[in-house]
Design a protein around this ligand. Structure first.
Ligand SMILES: Nc1ncnc2c1ncn2[C@@H]1O[C@H](COP(=O)(O)OP(=O)(O)OP(=O)(O)O)[C@@H](O)[C@H]1O
Ligand SMILES: [Mg+2]
Length: 233
């Protein structure tokens, strides 16, 4: 569904991604793991058009994706749930959700999507009118996920959703990922929690210093070997 071919990207004169090639199969969960600074977030940003691709190509269903402005990603059925939740703190929970369907093509479906969001995240329904800034970390992450789903994307990019959350909330989060996958969505999950990520994934990429260091079906991954590679310099 999504193909990256020899992608290079970075920030101005600083190049971060070096000839990154990946294949993301439709309806599958692909996880990208790797140490801090490996370029995982930069990779998601490159897919979203938030950093320019300086070399190589990104294709979605065979059609070139790089060069598409970020605001048109909703039209291409791609959404990102960014690192650090990024909810609008001074807005209510429901207002935050509505922002997720801001794009013209999705406005007509807001009511139905809200209902779906509340079904998947019952706690958000209870907190509908509460300011997002007063949510707990776990609730804010659920809100960020639900907002990302408001455009009903076929491809969902999720950046470190479990960061800083209590173990019980992490469990809840991974259950939701499993449900999203069962619902047929294609997911790219960036995670530091290697074991959990490999547990839900179909395919695993390990990134290091802006390069792909390992690409393996999740069923073949040996965690010990992965950790050795992960910490290798
Ligand atoms: N806005 C920016 N301007 C310049 N350099 C940046 C910018 N954002 C990130 N970088 C650099 O790009 C490299 C990769 O960063 P990136 O955030 O993609 O890593 P990451 O794998 O997501 O790390 P983490 O696990 O800490 O989130 C780092 O060396 C970082 O310093
Ligand atoms: Mg990151």
């Amino acid at each position: 569904m999504l193909e990256l071919d020899q992608v290079r990207a970075g920030y101005g004169a600083i190049n971060v991604l070096w000839d990154v090639s990946m294949r993301v199969a439709a309806g599958r969960l692909t996880t990208i793991i790797g140490p801090n600074g490996a370029g995982k977030t930069t990779l998601l940003r490159a897919i979203m058009g938030l950093v320019p691709v300086g070399g190589g190509e990104i294709r979605l269903d065979g059609a070139r994706l790089n060069g598409t402005p970020t605001w048109d990603m909703a039209d291409r059925s791609v959404a990102m749930i960014p690192e650090g939740r990024m909810v609008f703190r001074d807005m209510g929970v429901e207002e935050n959700l509505i922002m997720g369907a801001f794009h013209k093509s999705h406005r007509a479906h807001v009511k139905q999507r809200l209902e779906e969001a509340y079904e998947m995240f019952p706690r958000l329904r209870e907190r509908r009118t509460q300011m997002a800034g007063s949510l707990s970390g776990g609730e804010a992450q659920m809100l960020a996920m639900a907002r990302g789903l408001m455009s009903d994307p076929r491809l969902l990019l999720i950046d470190e959703p479990s960061l800083g959350l209590a173990p019980l909330v992490v469990n809840e989060l991974f259950e939701i990922l499993v449900r999203l996958k069962a619902g047929g969505r294609t997911i790219i999950l960036v995670e530091q929690n290697t074991e959990r990520a490999v547990g839900v994934a179909d395919h695993v990429y390990l990134m290091q210093s802006g390069r792909v260091a390992l690409s393996q079906p999740a069923s073949e991954v040996q965690l010990q070997q992965l950790h050795d590679l992960y910490f290798a310099r």
